[in-house]
Structures are given as structure tokens and as C-alpha cells.
Design a protein around this ligand. Structure first.
Ligand code: DOR
Ligand code: ZN
Length: 348
């Protein structure tokens, strides 16, 4: 197979940042994806529908004229989010969910939730109104080994939460372990998961390949090979509970190549191409369209995209760096070869 045409995919988990940085990265996503779920972990975080409306307007204003890309906004859940915010979000027409960051778990998560039970009234209202909960599933307890934090989150918080709110739609974001795959597979209806390209393509050895590799550092951190295999198995199985979310997370080069480097992998410049490579490795290119273009829209209750993209089998080299505002950024696979290339619009 030398060309692959898909219904246009969506990215169900994306960091766009704001201002100049957002303007530097947005085009990569808008060229590939019809929609993206935009994460709210700005500084300060996007906690209200009004803030999300203004952020959405800034994103739309940064798109080239005629571009049909649609940002789907999320609100950042805090210990103090009032249930009435759920009503405002649901009425807005542009907020698709609330993101639960355990306080301190990752980039810009200091204002996150200290205990999910504090949000029970909000979660109740979300379940009533059909608003999706997106979960960063890691405990922050420093006594828990960093590689076990996802499993501990399932055991301590997520399984209880899913049971307490039997109609709440929950997306377990960027899952990284076979435990998370098993949890989703064994869950009630309305529980799904996103999978990133890096967790499908790399295991934790990539963090230390010939030296410390900050551009492979993200959260949740890469796991073992057997976890990667379980994730790839889930992604390529055709099970509609698993769908695409790149978690592309731009950080300026200097803040990654540092004594205390930021977490995040910038995959947007080949946001669909990386998945094609992973699916091909698994002999499952025929499952890519479901994972990338159908399952997420169906889960969120949104229409599927109607236009198509084409990927062609053609080697190309990812640039070593790309511009980011007035600095630079090192993308995923920087300086390395990619096997699939997005055909220019109209060329297919
Ligand atoms: O690696 C990550 N980067 N994981 C997250 O959860 C947040 C993200 C970011 O915002 O940089
Ligand atoms: Zn993220």
C-alpha cells in the first residue's frame, strides 16, 4: 500500500498554548485534523466558560482564512469549580469537557484537584448534562514510584469515580500501561481512552538512549515494552473505546534541555503520520481510520468529518528544530526519518 486515504482525523488531546507560541504550532494540527480537543493548562488555567470563549476566539483568529479547523474547548477543573459552571459550559456549544489534573501531576497543574471527591457535585452535574470528564490519571504521592503512578490512580481514584457516577462519560487520557488498557476494556460503557504516538512507538529505553534524552520526556512517562505492546494492541484492535489524542505539547528548546526539563513531546508536525507508522508496524493500517477518524467523534457524540486526507508512503526528514515564537522547538523524531507523508490538500 503506497497511499492511504482516510476520513479526516481529529486530535482528541492537544496543547496549543497561547499567543505567539500558539500561532507557531497551530498550522501543523490544522493541516491534518478537522478538530482538536484543546487542553486548558494555560498560565493561568482556563477555568471558566468565558475564558474558554476568549481563548477559542484567539485560536480562530490565528487560523488562515478558509481553514475549517474547529477547536473543541475544555475547562480546567479545580477544587472550587462551581456546578453552575457545568451548566454554562454545556450551554456554550463549544466546551466539550472538563479536564481533571491531579494537583502537581504535570505542566501547569498546580491549581488542579487535590482529591477528586471534592469535585463530586460538579461530576454529578456533568453526568446529568452529558459533559465529558477528561482525566490525567496519575497520583502525585511522592511515595509512589513514578512508573506506578497510573496504576495507583486507577486503584485509588478512577475505579471509584467511574462507579460513583455510572452515567458520566470519562476519557482516561494518554494511557501508558497495560493496566490502563485492561481497566478500560473491563469498564462500563462510557469509559474510553486516548493514546499518544510516543507511547505507541517508544518504550522507556528511549529516555536513556546513549544519554539523557529530554525530548522523549513526557507525562505520564514512557513505560516498559510490554506496556507499549498492550497499547498498540488496543489502538489497532478496532475497539471503539480507544482513539487518537496526540498530547502534542510544545515547550521551547531551552526549557526542555535544562537541569529540570519540562515534560511534553511536540508531535504535531507529523501528528497523523506517526500513528500510520505505528499501525503499519502492527500490520493494522486498515484499523487506522476507525482509531483516528471515527471512534472519538462517536464517543463525544459529534458528527464524523466528511472530507478526507491522504497519506503517501514517502521518506522525509523531520527538521532538527522549528521556530516557536521568538525561539525554537525540537519536534518528535527531530532530524530523523518518517515513512509516511501527508499529501498536500487537493493533491490526492
Ligand atoms: O508531557 C506532558 N506535557 N504531559 C502533560 O500532562 C502536560 C503536557 C504539557 O502541557 O506540557
Ligand atoms: Zn496533555
Amino acid at each position: 500500500m503506497n497511499a492511504l486515504t482516510l476520513l479526516r482525523p481529529d486530535d482528541w488531546h492537544l496543547h496549543l498554548r497561547d499567543g505567539e507560541a500558539m500561532r507557531s504550532v497551530l498550522g501543523f494540527t490544522a493541516a491534518r485534523f478537522g478538530r482538536a480537543v484543546v487542553m486548558p493548562n494555560l498560565k493561568p488555567p482556563v477555568t471558566t466558560t468565558d475564558q474558554a470563549r476568549a481563548y477559542r476566539e484567539r485560536i480562530l483568529a490565528a487560523l488562515p482564512p478558509g481553514c475549517g479547523f474547529e477547536p473543541l474547548m475544555t475547562l480546567y477543573l479545580t477544587d472550587n469549580t462551581p456546578p453552575a459552571e457545568v451548566d454554562r459550559a454545556a450551554a456554550s456549544g463549544f466546551v466539550c469537557g472538563f479536564k481533571l489534573y491531579p494537583a502537581g501531576a504535570t505542566t501547569h497543574s498546580d491549581a488542579g484537584v487535590t482529591d477528586p471527591r471534592r469535585c463530586d457535585a460538579v461530576l454529578e452535574r456533568m453526568a446529568e448534562l452529558g459533559v465529558v470528564l477528561q482525566v490525567h490519571g496519575e497520583v502525585t504521592d511522592p511515595a509512589v514510584d513514578v512508573f506506578d503512578r497510573e496504576l495507583a490512580f486507577i486503584e485509588r481514584h478512577l475505579s471509584g469515580l467511574v462507579a460513583r457516577f455510572p452515567t458520566l462519560k470519562v476519557v482516561f487520557e494518554h494511557i501508558t500501561t497495560r493496566h490502563a488498557v485492561d481497566f478500560v476494556r473491563g469498564s462500563r460503557a462510557g469509559v474510553a481512552a486516548t493514546l499518544t504516538p510516543q507511547h505507541l512507538l517508544l518504550n522507556r529505553n528511549a529516555l536513556f538512549e546513549g544519554g539523557l534524552r529530554p525530548h522523549h520526556y513526557c507525562l505520564p512517562v514512557l513505560k516498559r515494552e510490554r506496556d507499549r505492546e498492550a497499547l498498540l494492541g488496543a489502538a489497532t484492535s478496532g475497539d471503539p473505546r480507544f482513539f487518537l489524542g496526540t498530547d502534542s505539547a510544545p515547550h521551547e528548546r531551552g526549557s526542555k534541555e535544562a537541569a529540570c526539563g519540562c515534560a511534553g513531546i511536540f508531535s504535531a508536525p507529523a501528528g497523523i503520520e506517526f500513528y500510520a507508522e505505528a499501525f503499519e508496524e502492527a500490520g493494522a493500517l486498515h484499523q487506522l481510520e476507525g482509531f483516528a477518524s471515527l471512534h472519538g467523534a462517536d464517543f463525544y457524540g459529534l458528527p464524523r468529518n466528511r472530507d478526507r486526507i491522504t497519506l503517501v508512503r514517502e521518506d522525509w526528514t523531520m527538521p532538527a528544530t522549528l521556530p516557536l515564537a521568538d525561539g525554537s522547538i525540537v519536534p518528535f523524531r527531530a532530524g530523523g526519518l518518517l515513512r509516511w507523508r501527508l499529501a498536500p490538500a487537493g493533491a490526492a
